[in-house]
Design a protein around this ligand. Structure first.
Ligand SMILES: CC(=O)SCCNC(=O)CCNC(=O)[C@H](O)C(C)(C)COP(=O)(O)OP(=O)(O)OC[C@H]1O[C@@H](n2cnc3c(N)ncnc32)[C@H](O)[C@@H]1OP(=O)(O)O
Ligand SMILES: O=C(O)CCC(=O)C(=O)O
Length: 384
């Protein structure tokens, strides 16, 4: 598999999540974090919105973060001028290619789409910008027209084509076919930009990459329109562990970046959020904890430290003896097999009463309670 480049659009599509707004300083901070993480390109926002949006993009450009900064534009020359005014080195020039959008949203025809895209692309290239031509709603477009669009984009100087699964209705097998066909017939670099309406955004991005796409458009925590986009943390780790393609991203910073974006966006990370959720390395079931204690690879795809997390062994209703013994060892208490068995019974009963796993303090309490009962029994037997 050839090299894959991460294009992060947390500051553009991520902020388009209904109800989400980043403060300007948060946009700047997120850009700094993404640069430190090692992404290839940051889509920083939409310059033609003006005001704060433009100010934040200008600030990000001035930081010289050592990564490409892209401004998002409609296929409108005035939009591209606003991007140039911000100091970006790259522009996204977006226009719909599906008939649904062309007829009902733009109220134009295919020729108008081609001409608008070509004019805006030529204009941007004249200003020495890197250009991604974005085919919005590509996945619902007539493939022959999409091929024509991609060919004209290439001829006009586009550096890549963004294939947008705008409403997230593709599945990996068909997306593979689409991407292969565009690459074979046009020979243009492709960026995958997928949405998660059916929970397939990451899978679709991976399928596109397998077909030869070189760029993965992602957002932190999978923020984005409706159900969101492919999540940066998922795509990076899946590429590393499923496709054995390490992009050199500083994955140990992922947890910190995801938490920052969660706070800035007001969208909390679920405990079991893939890759970075607080509990994705928490084990409670007896068979799992026993395996993990013997060799963590038995039930973990990668080590928690790799993404800035820590492993947790929880003791609760589903625990087994080995986990109990290991937990008490942490407190320098060596349980006999009988004691471990007895504590396990008490753990199960208390867990069901409380409907949760137990805190370490509660375990020590159970241990002390068991010992006191034993002493009482011995005293009774000895008539003391
Ligand atoms: C799928 C996506 O994520 S696309 C990105 C979507 N992001 C956003 O919309 C967030 C930022 N958007 C905005 O701030 C505003 O919508 C602006 C500045 C872009 C435009 O604002 P307005 O001029 O007030 O127009 P409004 O938003 O009401 O309508 C969009 C107009 O752009 C046109 N348009 C939409 N997409 C494109 C395109 N890719 N290329 C050219 N024109 C387009 C629409 O047809 C409509 O034109 P009309 O007014 O002639 O009917
Ligand atoms: O990236 C684009 O230009 C298109 C907008 C988008 O986010 C999408 O189509 O999903």
């Amino acid at each position: 598999m050839s090299n894959v480049y991460i294009v992060d659009t947390t500051l553009r599509d991520g902020e388009q999540t209904a109800g989400v707004v980043f403060a300007n300083e948060e946009k700047v901070q997120i850009a700094k974090m993404l640069a430190e993480l090692g992404v290839y390109q940051i889509e920083a926002g939409i310059p033609t919105m003006g005001g704060d949006e433009k100010e934040a993009i200008k600030k990000i450009c001035k930081l010289n973060l050592g990564v490409s900064i892209m401004g998002w534009n409609r296929a409108v020359i005035k939009d591209v001028e606003e991007s140039i005014d911000c100091g970006v080195d790259a522009v996204a020039i977006s226009i719909s290619t599906s008939d649904i959008h062309i007829k009902h949203k733009l109220k134009k025809d295919r020729d108008w789409v081609l001409k608008s895209m070509v004019d805006a692309t030529r204009f941007a290239k004249k200003h020495n910008l890197y250009v991604s031509v974005n085919a919005e709603d590509a996945s619902r477009s007539d493939m022959d027209f999409l091929i024509k669009f991609a060919k004209e984009a290439k001829e006009a100087g586009a550096d890549r084509l963004r294939y947008c699964d705008t409403v997230g209705m593709m599945e990996p097998f068909s997306i593979y076919e689409h991407i292969r066909r565009i690459i074979d017939e046009v020979g243009i670099d492709i960026e995958m930009h997928t949405h998660n309406d059916f929970g397939l955004a990451t899978a679709n991005t991976l399928a596109g990459i397998k077909a030869g796409a070189k760029y993965a458009g992602v957002t932190v925590n999978g923020l984005g329109e409706r159900a969101g986009n492919a999540a940066l943390e998922e795509v990076v780790m899946a590429l590393k562990y499923i496709y054995k393609n390490d992009l050199g991203i500083k994955t140990n910073l992922l947890k910190e970046v995801c938490e920052y974006v969660a706070k800035a966006s007001g969208r909390v990370l679920p405990l079991s959020k893939t890759i970075v959720g607080h509990n994705v390395f928490a084990h409670e079931s007896g068979i799992h904890t026993d395996g993990v204690l013997k060799d963590s690879k038995t039930y973990e795809s990668f080590s928690p430290e790799e993404v800035g997390l820590q492993r947790q062994i929880l003791i609760g209703k589903h625990s087994g003896r080995n986990a109990i013994v290991a937990k008490f060892k942490e407190y320098d208490i060596d349980l006999t097999p009988e004691q471990a068995e007895e504590i396990l019974k008490r753990v199960r009963s208390l867990s069901v009463q409380l409907k949760r796993s137990l805190f370490d303090k509660e375990l020590i309490y159970l241990y002390n309670e068991m010992r006191e009962e034993k002493i009482k029994d011995v005293n009774l037997q000895n008539n003391i």
